[in-house]
Design a protein around this ligand. Structure first.
Ligand code: GLN
Ligand code: ZN
Length: 772
């Protein structure tokens, strides 16, 4: 073990890596486009890392290993795969002559190549970040195939700052991996743990040799109920850290467990033979048995994640200080940190100068969180020293509670008066009959999910309007022209239910946030969604109200252009919450109901304007699903109720659609049924209609549109292919229930492939209709 360096009293579990001005995004995309070479990209990456280290030092994280080495060119799970040689055989040899995986090979795993699909992408715990899923088979041979974390560590060390290298821990790495295609059905990647550990140990030894005092191994899989029973998980963790703990000459180890409480695994994790254990004490509770915890920790440092890393609100420092005091009184050796990496939040709230000073004072982005953990560490060392800052935080939080707009009487009165009937519509049989009379649709009605390609012209018109280069009237006219074009195209293609194409929307959530009270949007508040993709979540800070109709003018203009039914298009309450930074001073369920009521009013206005079909998208319904099974029923109950509150005011003859972007229904199928939408469109093309089996066995009785066109790739499905998918669907689900539509919105597609694909979709529908 290296010299006797204590764990830093204050640190962050992780820091944004995309750069304050998205420098990494720009450099990575330039590299992909061939505008810069690998050396230039590496230079930018190093500048970002050095900038982070210097910034965090300025903010008070000055101790050795306080700066987390959580930088990544693309994704931290991909990084772990790259370092341990988990490179699927299907890619052939991606290694350079020296046996290392260079940047080109690394990005091939992330983005695919001419022959190979990239690694699959999926959500990282209960966040909106997506990681790449490693593929591991019985024959995978692990070895150190990258020294990037060593080089990055050394480069920052050269300028005098010793960071704390980070790796996804071995157990989490294997639990997040999937079995390589062709592996035996009973093979699980966790079976490879014993083979993987020596490679982690080798990396640790090299990091120690490079001068790293501490290394962070991140094990969030330990806080989620997954496929592996708790006893097996416990055995795996104990095995892993017995081996790593006894590695020859290694750095000291921090095992971090963000995103929730360890539950049954607390005692075994606290007892691991490493030097520091991180617990999420923001989302997770203080452990009940502190004496037991202190004993299990014996001599280790507890890195207390009391500052929320996942959301943007100023920490209640007094409450955090109380938690720390309780732990300290139990004789536990403490350090202060965030509950999760702060890469879920933007860099610096001070940059958002367009926000009121008051709102800004309520926020803590990553830089502000660094100051908060430093303050709390100071409190631990000397309670008097930090008192002014802690009291100031309490005053600001108290002022937030009483600030104008945070609680609005009329909103509160309305939610308090809600009755059970507000969550129910007429019986489905009656609705179906009334709707068919209104709409007179053919069997297998054709429609799309909402957006049409967002062309360069649309985006530049919006940019010019935002800069004031064109007037609001001119912008509106440009969007109307676009809507005319999209409506004509759908008429020409022969669609039964039309959409306006959503050209006026920058983003399906931000658009509503900009038009509802209770929200603000940021200018620099980008956070990484996956790879170089970033989103800019809005801030939902106050009670939500709708001061004026939002979509009605667009929808009725579009309806005026056609005799066919035009779908009104709204984003659902759960998705609006999931893709925003949401106030943390009341239950999410209450906030969801406020958003739902605003949408309910919008639906009423759409109906008045003559819109007969309204789609309320909920692609994020599954995303907020709690990681612990015990917490899931409550979440599903309130999220379903919020959707129903939004839609249940609709007349019996108004057809409510919803859209979900995924097909692995699992635990959410009851909830989806519970939404009680008249028509549900879902992703199905990639899985070749597997979803219809689930629908059939579940007895799903209302309208359903399993996607027949995979919009995630530019590939055009042929008519024959769509016909076959539809025939599969008809074989499982009664034809009167079936709709025909693509998998998702078309906004990322180009017009050429879209037109051809949609033409095939309509032709295939006519073919299958004739066979009914
Ligand atoms: N109506 C939206 C669109 O078509 C739905 C997008 C989504 O499901 N993510 O773009
Ligand atoms: Zn979708």
């Amino acid at each position: 073990m290296t010299e006797n360096t204590p764990f830093p009293a204050a640190s962050l579990l992780g820091y944004p890596r995309i750069g304050r001005r998205r420098e990494l995004k720009k450099a990575v995309e330039s590299y992909w486009a061939g505008r810069i070479d690998a050396a230039e990209l590496a230079a930018t990456a190093q500048q970002i890392q050095l900038g982070t280290a210097q910034r965090l030092q300025e903010l008070g994280l000055t101790e050795v290993a306080a700066v987390p080495g959580t930088f990544s060119y693309y994704d931290q799970v991909l990084d772990a795969a790259a370092h341990v040689g988990a490179i699927p055989a299907r890619f052939g040899n991606l290694l350079d002559a020296d046996g290392g995986l260079g940047l080109a090979g690394y990005f091939t795993l992330a983005r695919g190549d001419r022959e190979q699909q990239p690694l699959e992408m999926t959500k990282w715990f209960d966040s909106n970040y997506h990681y790449l899923v490693p593929e591991i088979g019985p024959d995978t041979v692990f070895s150190v195939t990258s020294d990037r974390i060593l080089r990055d560590f050394a480069a920052v060390l050269e300028s005098g700052i010793e960071t704390r290298p980070y790796l996804v821990g071995p157990v989490t790495f294997l639990l997040l991996s999937k079995a390589e295609a062709g592996a035996p059905a009973d093979f699980a990647p966790l079976a490879k743990l014993a083979e993987l550990l020596p490679v982690y140990a080798a990396l640790l030894e090299r990091l120690a040799a490079a001068g790293a005092s501490w290394v962070q191994l991140d094990e969030p899989a330990l806080v989620a109920d997954g496929a592996v029973p708790a006893a097996e998980l416990r055995a795996a963790v104990e095995q892993a850290y017995q081996v790593l703990g006894s590695a020859q000459s290694r750095p000291k180890l921090l095992v971090s467990t963000p995103y929730g409480a360890l539950g049954e695994l607390l005692e075994p994790v606290a007892s691991l033979p490493v030097e520091a254990i991180h617990l999420d004490l923001f989302k997770g509770e203080l452990p009940a048995d502190l004496t037991g915890l202190a004993q299990a920790l014996a001599g280790k440092t507890l890195v207390a994640g009391v500052v929320d890393g996942h959301n943007i609100w100023r920490n209640d420092l007094a409450a955090s200080a109380r938690k720390l005091d309780v732990l300290k009184a139990a004789g536990i050796n403490l350090a202060v940190s965030t509950s999760t990496s702060a890469f879920h939040v933007p860099h610096d709230s001070a940059e958002e100068t367009q926000l009121t000073e008051q709102l800004r004072s309520w926020l803590a982005f990553a830089d502000q969180k660094a100051v908060e953990v430093a303050t709390l560490a100071r409190h631990l060392a000397d309670a008097e020293a930090a008192r002014p800052e802690i009291e100031a935080a309490s005053r600001i939080i108290a002022s937030r509670a009483s600030a104008e707009g945070v609680r609005r009487g009329e909103v509160r009165a309305r939610t308090a008066a809600l009755a059970e009937t507000d969550f129910h519509r007429a019986e489905y049989a009656d609705r179906a009959k009334a709707q068919q009379e209104e709409l007179r649709l053919p069997p297998l009605p054709t429609t799309t999910i909402g957006s049409f390609p967002q062309t360069g012209d649309i985006r530049s018109a919006r940019a010019r309007a935002n800069k004031g280069e064109i007037s609001a009237v001119d912008y509106q006219e440009l969007m109307r022209e676009e809507i005319r074009r999209v409506v004509d195209l759908q008429e020409d293609l022969g669609f039964d239910v039309l959409v306006h194409g959503e050209p006026e929307r920058n983003d399906m959530v931000q658009y509503f946030a900009e038009n509802l009270d209770g929200f603000e949007v940021t200018v620099h508040g980008w956070v990484q969604s996956y790879g170089s993709r970033c989103t800019r979540p809005s801030i939902l800070w106050g009670d939500v109200t709708r001061s004026a109709p939002i979509t009605v003018e667009w929808a009725s203009f579009a309806q005026s252009l056609t005799e066919k039914p035009m779908k009104g298009m709204l984003t659902g309450p759960v998705t609006i919450l999931a893709w925003s930074f949401v106030r943390d001073d009341q239950p999410l369920a209450d906030t969801a109901n406020q958003v739902a009521l605003a949408l309910r009013d919008e639906i009423a206005d759409l109906e008045t304007a003559g819109i007969k079909i309204i789609q309320v998208d909920e692609p994020a319904l599954r995303e907020l699903l709690p990681l612990r099974k015990a917490d899931q029923p409550e979440y599903l109950a309130w999220s379903v109720r919020a959707f129903r509150l939004a839609t249940s005011g609709a007349a019996t003859g108004t057809q409510i659609h919803t859209h979900l972007c995924y097909s692995e229904f699992g635990v959410v199928i009851d909830a989806i049924d519970g939404l009680d939408a008249d028509v549900t469109s879902i992703e199905a093309a990639r899985s070749r209609m597997e979803v219809v089996n689930d629908l059939q066995s579940h007895g799903f009785s209302r309208g359903v549109g399993p996607g027949v066109y995979d919009i995630h790739s530019p590939r055009v499905p042929g008519q024959q292919e769509v016909t076959e998918l539809l025939q599969t669907a008809v074989a499982h689900v009664p034809a009167r229930q079936l709709w025909v539509n693509p998998d998702c919105g078309l906004k990322t597609r180009g017009y050429a492939e879209t037109e051809e694909s949609l033409r095939n979709l309509v032709a295939a529908t006519r073919e299958v209709r004739a066979q009914l």
